[in-house]
Design a protein around this ligand. Structure first.
Ligand SMILES: Cc1cc2nc3c(=O)[nH]c(=O)nc-3n(C[C@H](O)[C@H](O)[C@H](O)COP(=O)(O)O)c2cc1C
Length: 237
C-alpha cells in the first residue's frame, strides 16, 4: 500500500533524526545576567573598524581559536556554509597579489563605478582606493560563502539561508577578534571575485568579506562616529 506524502515526509524526518542529548545549560542568577549584559555591551561598544595595521605578529593559535569561534554560529539546517581562508604576511607574493588586485578594483570603483550618493556616504570615513593593510596586517581572513556543499561523489548538498548564516558567523568572528584584544576591518573590495581566482577556490564558494587582523599602528585614528540610541533602534510592544 502506498503511504501518503505527509506520512512519508514525517517518516523520513524521523529516520534521519540525529540523537538528542540533554542540553548542558548552566543557569546564572538574574543579577549576574544583568551584569554580563552590561559588561558585554561596554566591551563591544569599544570595537572600532581599524584601517591602520602594524606588522606586529600574532600567535597563529589565536587565529585558529577565532575561526573555531566563528564556526560556532548557527546556520540554516546546520549546513555550516562557510570557508575561512587564512593568509599570513610571510607569504609576501600572495599578499602583494591580493593588494594589487583589490586596489585595481577599488580604484575603478572610487573613480568611476560608485554613485555620487555612495561617495558622499563614504566621505566622512575618509576612505580611498589605497589598501596598504592588505600587505601590513599579520593575517588576512577571507570568508567565503558556500552556495552549496559537495558530496564525495561530486553531487551537490543543498544549503539554506547561506547569506544570513555567513553574516552571523562573521559577526561572531569580529566579536571574537575584538575579545582577543585585536582589531579588524570589515573589508568588501568590490567586486570580490578576484579573491576566488587568486586563492583558487572551488566554484561553489563566493567571497563574502575580507578581514585583516592584527594590532593598530601607534598613530592609528578612527572617524569620530556616534551610534544610534536604543530609542532609535528598538521598537517595543
Ligand atoms: C558589510 C560591510 C562592508 C564594509 N566594507 C568596508 C570597506 O570595504 N572598506 C572600509 O574601509 N570599511 C568597510 N566597512 C566598515 C564600515 O565603514 C564601518 O563598520 C562603519 O563605518 C562603522 O564604523 P565602526 O565599525 O568603527 O563602528 C564595512 C562594514 C560592513 C558592515
Amino acid at each position: 500500500m502506498r503511504k501518503s506524502l505527509k506520512f512519508q515526509t514525517q517518516y523520513n524526518i524521523m529516520e534521519n533524526k540525529v540523537e538528542h542529548i540533554p542540553y548542558n545549560f548552566v543557569k546564572i542568577s538574574s543579577n549576574k545576567s544583568l551584569q554580563n549584559s552590561i559588561d558585554f555591551y561596554h566591551t563591544m561598544n569599544k570595537r572600532r573598524s581599524c584601517r591602520y595595521f602594524s606588522d606586529t605578529d600574532i600567535d597563529p593559535k589565536i587565529i585558529e581559536n577565532l575561526i573555531l569561534t566563528a564556526g560556532t554560529a548557527p546556520s540554516g539546517a546546520h549546513k555550516q556554509p562557510w570557508t575561512f581562508v587564512v593568509i599570513d604576511n610571510k607569504n609576501k607574493t600572495l599578499r602583494k597579489k591580493i593588494r594589487d588586485a583589490a586596489e585595481k578594483e577599488e580604484k575603478l570603483s572610487y573613480e568611476s563605478r560608485m554613485t555620487q550618493e555612495w561617495l558622499d556616504a563614504l566621505a566622512p570615513l575618509g576612505t580611498n582606493w589605497e589598501k596598504p593593510f592588505l600587505e601590513n596586517a599579520p593575517y588576512l581572513i577571507v570568508v567565503l560563502r558556500q552556495r552549496h556543499g559537495i558530496n564525495e561523489d561530486g553531487s551537490k548538498i543543498k544549503h539554506y539561508y547561506t547569506s544570513e548564516s555567513v553574516g552571523i558567523a562573521v559577526g561572531i568572528l569580529i566579536s571574537a577578534i575584538h575579545n582577543a584584544g585585536l582589531v579588524t576591518l570589515t573589508h568588501t573590495p568590490s567586486p570580490m571575485n578576484f579573491l576566488k581566482k587568486i586563492l583558487n577556490r572551488p566554484d561553489n564558494e563566493i567571497p563574502y568579506v575580507l578581514l585583516p587582523v592584527g594590532y593598530p599602528t601607534e598613530d592609528a585614528t578612527v572617524p569620530n562616529l556616534t551610534r544610534k540610541s536604543l530609542k532609535e533602534i528598538m521598537v517595543k510592544f
